[in-house]
Design a protein around this ligand. Structure first.
Ligand SMILES: [Zn+2]
Length: 418
């Protein structure tokens, strides 16, 4: 049991990170800890224990967001600092979890020795279902926190296994009733998931803007038939149509020479039997670009290609959702603060946009927000080989802790949200 009034050490961070990484661990060094599964529940229990050991009071809200709160300034709003513990299937152990543990350490350090003129309280946070794999869409917990979705609509969301978010959170004991802390600002640290910092030899990235993204829910309709007894001219094969959509997404990305990214990441085939021509395929696709105009052109190109697939006559294609996540800036004052902290610490840092979405994209719309990156070796992510060195993690922890301390002292208090 650690002394809750003393600052946790960097050596302890690395052994705690190893402990956390063992929860839901895969044989190849990754984790499989999708939102509100048994493994996610164990990770959450571990974090709740850590909060208690380090003097942070745990609150769990209606959609399973966890907050480890310290209140040195009674009644003041909170600097929130954290990320997400849930993972993609067979994924890396750094994505999200590093930021949650670094946030917990930063919060506990600042709470143990608050700045002299502290103006805010501090809370570590674990946002529910950032990844959006078991339950779609992604960024669920932070969306409710900032008011973009209601708790009720999230709790009613049904996963591919037929279980609702409500049932899943109840099953792991994280269907909370606590009110979330009132936020003053937010800081998140995350692995870059790209190669820029590694290739250019930087310790820290300070995020200035997010890439725009279109996310699609598409249904391809065919007709169920016998694979052995139906002549080809009578087939309406939904999987053939879905394959054309997959290739259309790739062709759209190729049109823009690297400035637009696109993939289909999920296919659900019905009835998915070896001797049945598929009747229906649902698929999830995304297109992304830093340049909103290019993304809009790509979107139109995809819709045109889908119209051609429909015109060919074998299948119907419905685009149920085409949700745009716009490209928006992070607060200049937050970028300046992070740059000043990195300079104070003697770190090599640069600004860069984030290609992936993060909970900070939601929080940014509500309060002044700082988003930091540590390097990802070879840029590998959503893969068991994801890797960030111990030194890179500790450098990031120092950076996050110093930034959090400045925010608790009121550094971003007067910043207005765009
Ligand atoms: Zn993440």
């Amino acid at each position: 049991m650690a002394d809750p009034t003393s600052e946790p050490t960097e050596a302890a961070f690395l052994s705690d990170f190893a402990e956390l990484s063992a929860i839901g661990a895969t044989e190849r060094g990754g984790v499989h800890r999708e939102a509100a599964t048994h493994a996610d529940g164990l990770g959450r229990e571990w974090l709740r224990g850590w909060f208690a050991e380090h003097g942070l009071r745990c609150r769990v809200d209606a959609v399973g967001n966890m907050y480890g709160c310290a209140e040195p300034v009674p009644g003041a709003p909170y600097v929130l600092v954290g990320s997400h513990l849930d993972s993609q299937p067979t994924s890396g152990r750094f994505d999200g979890a590093y930021g949650v543990l670094a946030g917990a350490y930063a919060a506990a350090s600042v709470a143990a020795a608050p700045p002299e003129a502290a103006r805010c309280n501090v809370a570590a946070v674990n946002w529910f279902n950032e990844e959006g794999s078991r339950f779609s869409p992604s960024l669920m917990g932070s969306s409710v926190f900032v008011g973009k979705r209601t708790a009720e609509e999230v709790l009613e969301t049904v996963g591919a296994d037929g279980v609702t978010v409500r049932e899943a959170l109840r099953a792991i004991g994280f269907d909370g009733q606590d009110s979330p802390p009132r936020p003053a600002s937010f800081a998140e640290i995350h692995i870059e998931q790209g190669r820029t910092l590694v290739d250019e030899g930087f310790d820290i990235g300070v995020v200035t803007r997010n890439w725009a993204a279109y996310k699609y829910a598409v249904t391809v309709e065919g007709e169920q038939a016998h694979t052995g007894a139906t002549h080809m001219r009578y087939r309406r094969d939904a999987l053939v149509g879905a394959s054309q959509v997959v290739l259309a997404v790739r062709a759209v990305a190729d049109e823009f020479g690297g400035a637009v990214l696109g993939s289909v990441g999920q296919l659900t085939v019905e009835p998915n039997s070896p001797v049945v021509v598929p009747s229906r395929v649902r698929l999830a696709a995304d297109l992304r670009s830093l340049d909103v105009d290019l993304l809009e052109q790509a979107h139109q190109s995809l819709l045109a290609r889908i119209a051609e697939i429909v015109e060919a006559g074998e299948v119907g294609v419905g685009v149920q959702g085409a949700t745009l996540r716009p490209s928006l800036p992070y607060h200049e004052a937050g970028v300046a603060l992070a740059g000043a902290v990195a300079d104070d610490l003697g770190l090599r840092w640069r600004t860069l946009p984030t290609m992936a979405g993060h909970d900070s994209v939601n929080l940014r719309d509500l309060v002044p927000t700082v988003m930091l990156f540590v390097p990802s070796v070879n840029g590998i992510s959503h893969n068991e080989n994801e890797y960030t060195t111990d030194d890179q993690m500790i450098t990031g922890l120092r950076m996050l802790t110093a930034t959090t301390r400045r925010m608790v002292a009121g550094a971003l208090e007067t910043v207005s949200v765009p």
